[in-house]
Design a protein around this ligand. Structure first.
Ligand code: PCA
Length: 325
């Protein structure tokens, strides 16, 4: 009897002093489960779990399955979920500065994209902070090119074409080409092509591969290398402040690692995905001189417009970036 009582008391004590129940954070991500951003997000989650000894578990929900791409930022801001990933340039209507990574031909290589990000980071962090968000890390998409069903000799060939856009810059590009912009998340891209809602779009080899666009009449990829847009992982500020210092340190360290590994992964995936496009019958081609000249002129207009819209913050980003080159 006495032994049983002691055993019960010991169990109760062990329960009280034992490891605290793991906190579980859902993390919505918008892109295909096999995509490097999503896979890298899972590595980040694993790092946090290991680093906190299982105290914080982050569960990644890829492919827009928990929240759709265009809902994720608001969901994190309002605390519906503590953490999430978003292509911030899709919110450049809120603040033009979010479009700094989609200014045509400002940074077209991984090296320049990294410099531009270092130049922009303090400002992006400040703007996100004002929106109740703490930035953790950012990973670039591969360089952006144009997918078409028909050969593209000059910008005029885009007249009247239904052009899928993923942010304000890509919609403006469509307008300036004389095409018809239609805003569609990557998760719905295949369906839009299949139903004829979109006939052409700008994106990376990665997204063309993820969505198997050769199955929907796409025949060409013009490797324009217009810019490298980025995804950003951020945390709701109250959720962040609710973590103890040790956990926040683990999160920061894992975020740094994720930024490095994700960037490397993006670079490798860039070449690999173009190879996959080719294997599936898409012609991956360099734009003609005429086409390049057309894009260059459109790029000049868009750069001017963005600098006007982004004001002082935009000017500071471009200045800091140019100083690094
Ligand atoms: N893929 C995403 C954004 C940029 C990219 O390469 C998309 O097409 O939505």
């Amino acid at each position: 009897m006495r032994a049983a009582l002691v055993a019960t008391a010991a169990l109760a004590l062990a329960a009280a002093a034992g490891p605290a129940a793991a906190e579980v954070w859902d993390m919505p991500m918008a892109y295909a489960d096999g995509n490097f951003h999503t896979q890298n997000g899972k590595l980040f989650a694993q790092c946090v779990k290991t680093g906190t000894g299982g105290k914080l578990e982050i569960v990644v929900h890829g492919g827009g399955s928990l929240f759709k791409g265009n809902e994720i930022k608001r969901a994190v801001q309002t605390g519906q979920v503590p953490i999430g990933e978003r292509l911030l340039s899709a919110h450049q209507n809120e603040n033009a500065v979010f479009g700094y990574d989609s200014v045509p031909f400002l940074a077209t290589s991984y090296e320049d994209s990294e410099k531009l990000w270092q130049a922009a980071r303090p400002i992006i962090e400040k703007v996100l902070e004002q929106q109740n968000l703490v930035l953790l890390y950012s990973v670039p998409w591969p360089p952006q090119g144009i997918y078409t069903k028909k050969p593209l000799e000059s910008i005029e060939d885009m007249k009247g074409v239904k052009f899928r856009a993923y942010n304000a810059a890509t919609a403006r590009l469509a307008e300036l080409m004389g095409a018809q912009p239609v805003q569609i998340e990557a998760a719905e891209l295949a369906q839009a092509l299949a139903t004829g809602v979109a006939e052409s779009f700008i994106s990376s080899g990665a997204t063309g591969y993820d969505r198997k666009v050769w199955d929907y009449g796409i025949k060409y990829f013009y490797d324009v290398q217009a810019w490298l847009p980025r995804n950003y992982v951020f945390v709701n500020k109250q959720a962040w402040e609710g973590l103890d210092e040790a956990t926040r340190n683990v999160m920061r360290a894992c975020a740094q690692m994720a930024e490095v590994s994700g960037t490397k992964w993006s670079q490798v995936y860039a070449g690999w995905s173009l190879e996959q496009l080719r294997k599936n019958g898409i012609q991956v081609v360099a734009p003609s001189e005429t086409l390049r000249e057309g894009f260059r002129r459109i790029g000049e207009t868009m750069t001017k417009e963005w600098l006007e819209a982004a004001g002082e913050d935009g000017r500071r980003i471009v200045e800091a970036y140019r100083a690094m080159k």
